[in-house]
Design a protein around this ligand. Structure first.
Ligand SMILES: Nc1ncnc2c1ncn2[C@@H]1O[C@H](COP(=O)(O)OP(=O)(O)OP(=O)(O)O)[C@@H](O)[C@H]1O
Ligand SMILES: [Mg+2]
Length: 469
């Protein structure tokens, strides 16, 4: 009959220990190994028999077992970074036989994979933190500047006494249209115009390959509306009681008339259905184009009860750009703090910052934000190199900026050159001199202006770029 004594007698426990996934070490009072299972031996790249009788510190220099031998206290789940890429957590216990302290044992587990997964999760968490937007109208940068009027209108669009109204948001790509639509929705909930669980349904009108599919997505369908059609709620119905955000609304095309009818009457039918469905939806339509030219006049008139125009990055004042810059750098630092619990400081060199501000951003604030994040990424250490540091300062230099920023487009320069003066050898020498003294292109251009040379900053930038190549 198999019983525990039999297992002991025939050393079956050792065989079981060999098959488990954790490493096990047992040492005597001198720290000599008396037992090691095969997982631990493999970890040390040895055979178990070659380890027995040797000091544990020969194979595991920082073994926590040594501490247990000294003070006899249990150590639980101590995370250890052992040689290079081997990482494990270890728990260690004193061994008593008949009340006499005789040694210690430890059980450890490889956490390499877990650690890597953890890093990935932290990375994703960081990206999410970096990309989420404010949900409070007051925190939007430009609240008291370039966006002051538009935010007043945005509040009115949903919060005026006459009831919430549809609106349109116009702005180039990356100027904050989606952000503003979300802010209007949040504000609607905050002031009680919308219920706390009111839906916000976003649809990109340009994503549909043809207008039949678009119509089906927006209005839904009844079974048999066409071959294989299923009974399905459309986005309009799902947005009932909340907001339907029609992004890239210039692509609405043929189903504009259906939408117009729904907007006018608050009623519509699913495709292939006869039943009238009533909805109460606030529509926010956004576009990079002039919707007045793109939509049916009646539909435009219905939707554009409030027209909200978002300025491009270029139209923002220097102060606001600076504000945005600090805001995004801060967000990065805070995101690192949240995901890694590290006090993180990102410092841009004067030159790097100057170049970053000089670039024209065709994709506006989003691109500005992405370039800032990219540059900090480039200057930052890898997660695996951080170790136990609790405070890190990274310096962002010119070399960390995205290629586009530091490489001035030759064609643009040539175009601009026609209207401005050429850089003579003398001026060139002055540029180099000023650059060596630590000035960036904008300041150098200012100095040259003071000296009576009408040289633009991009000419200086381009000249320096050529000299550096
Ligand atoms: N005033 C602002 N204050 C703070 N952040 C802003 C501001 N405007 C835009 N952003 C940032 O820029 C990002 C891009 O904005 P958003 O996605 O709303 O632009 P969009 O106009 O919808 O672009 P697209 O046309 O490509 O859809 C936002 O995630 C937000 O982080
Ligand atoms: Mg958008």
């Amino acid at each position: 009959m198999l019983n525990v004594n039999k297992l002991r007698e025939f050393n079956v426990f050792e065989k079981i220990f060999d098959k488990c996934n954790d490493g096990i070490n047992v040492v005597n009072l001198k720290g000599e190994i008396v037992y090691v299972n095969s997982v631990s031996a493999e970890y040390a790249d040895m055979a178990p028999e070659d380890m027995i009788g040797h000091f544990i510190s020969d194979f595991y220099p920082d073994a926590v077992l040594l501490n247990v031998l000294q003070d006899r206290n249990i150590i639980l789940d101590k995370k250890i970074h052992y040689v290079a890429n081997k990482r494990y957590v270890v728990s260690s216990y004193p061994i008593y036989i008949q009340n006499r302290f005789v040694g210690a044992f430890s059980v450890f587990r490889d956490i390499q994979e877990m650690d890597e997964l953890n890093s990935k999760i932290k990375y994703l968490e960081l990206q999410i933190n970096l990309n989420t937007t404010e949900d409070d109208l007051n925190s939007v940068i430009g609240n008291e500047g370039s966006l002051e009027d538009v935010l007043v209108k945005a509040r009115k669009s949903i919060g005026s006494l006459g009831g919430p109204r549809h609106s349109i948001i116009i702005g180039e790509s990356g100027t904050g249209k989606t952000m503003l639509a979300n802010l209007i929705y949040s504000y609607g909930k905050e002031i009680g115009v919308l219920n706390k669980d009111a839906p916000f349904i976003e649809v990109n009108c340009a994503q549909f390959t043809n207008s039949d599919i678009a119509a089906m997505e927006i209005f839904g369908s009844e079974e048999g509306a066409y071959t294989g059609a299923k009974k399905r709620k459309g986005l309009l119905e799902r947005a009932n009681g909340g907001v339907l955000f029609l992004d890239e609304a210039h692509a609405l095309e043929e189903y504009q008339t259906l939408l117009l009818k729904a907007v006018e009457s608050g009623k519509f039918q699913r495709l292939g259905g006869a039943r009238e469905i009533s909805v109460d939806v606030i529509i926010i339509a956004a576009s990079t184009r002039n919707l007045q030219e793109e939509l049916l006049p009646e539909l435009y008139q219905r939707l554009a009860q409030y027209e909200l125009y978002l300025p491009s990055f270029d139209e923002r004042s220097d102060d606001e750009k600076e504000h945005l810059f600090n805001y995004f750098v801060n967000r990065y630092e805070e995101a690192v703090k949240r995901s890694h619990n590290i006090k993180y400081k990102a410092e841009f060199s004067k030159e790097a910052k100057e170049w970053l501000f000089m670039y024209k951003y065709p994709r506006n604030i989003r691109q500005f934000r992405d370039f800032i994040n990219y540059s900090i990424d480039q200057a930052s250490p890898l997660i695996s190199d951080i170790g136990n540091k609790k405070e890190i300062t990274v310096k962002i230099e010119l070399k960390h900026l995205p290629f586009d920023v530091t490489h001035v487009d030759e064609e643009v320069i040539n175009e601009n050159m026609q209207n401005s003066n050429y850089i003579t050898d003398d001026i060139g020498d002055t540029i180099i001199e000023l650059s060596n003294s630590g000035l960036g292109p904008r300041r150098i251009a200012n100095r040259l202006q003071e000296m009576g040379h009408d040289i633009k900053y991009y000419q200086v930038a381009y000249y320096l770029q050529k000299c550096n190549n």
